[in-house]
Design a protein around this ligand. Sequence first.
Ligand SMILES: C[S@@+](CC[C@H](N)C(=O)[O-])C[C@H]1O[C@@H](n2cnc3c(N)ncnc32)[C@H](O)[C@@H]1O
Length: 218
Amino acid sequence: MQQADLLRALPKARRNIEARAVAKDPAIIAVAKQYGEMYWDGPREYGYGGYRYDGRWRPVARDLISHFALKPGMRVLDVGCGKGFLIKDLMLELPGLEVFGIDISLYALRRCPEDITGRLLFGSADSLPFPDGAFDCVLSLNTIHNLARPRAVRAMAEIQRLSGGRAFVQVDSYLTPAQRETFESWVLTAEFHDYPDGWLQVFTEAGYRGDYDWTIIG
Ligand SMILES: C[S@@+](CC[C@H](N)C(=O)[O-])C[C@H]1O[C@@H](n2cnc3c(N)ncnc32)[C@H](O)[C@@H]1O
């Protein structure tokens, strides 16, 4: 298990933390947690503020392919794949790679790029409907913090079970009280978050042996 900065090539998100903090209320949070149209393509107060394919995941895909020495014919699963843009970019970067995704957002799954139709499944990270070792690599980016802690442990155990530890998980975290404060004024959907030590405890409880990194705001 090692920390690996595999999203380093992703353009930094533009965040107006103050505007989000002012707008945020229980009604907005409840709508965001439905992961429907408002979360993906509604105003920024509800989530992404409009999320369209623009190829931004291609350099990340290259880094993932190189880190895991992926080859055509290998099978990769993206847990919490959203609209499937990373899946498309992995397959563009390495033709013949077999990439699949799973997510609980029907809205997002129904808006995946046409060329990956049939590769996406509706389901939850803590109950992955595949046999042990079904994938050569499992990825989960900015998703596992959306489960409450016991379910996050189960999700990490599921990722370990399917991947044998050839996996990469990135979750929300913070290194200082000031970063925690910034995170808490921004966050809408996370059910569990902690300092890295708290997350490493989750990984250990799950028996997770894959790689990981933190998304830190501010
Ligand atoms: C911040 S988005 C990340 C999407 C994508 N991985 C990315 O990095 O662009 C969080 C994703 O987690 C998904 N999600 C939330 N709870 C989930 C669960 N229990 N199982 C699977 N996906 C979940 C949401 O639908 C959404 O696609």
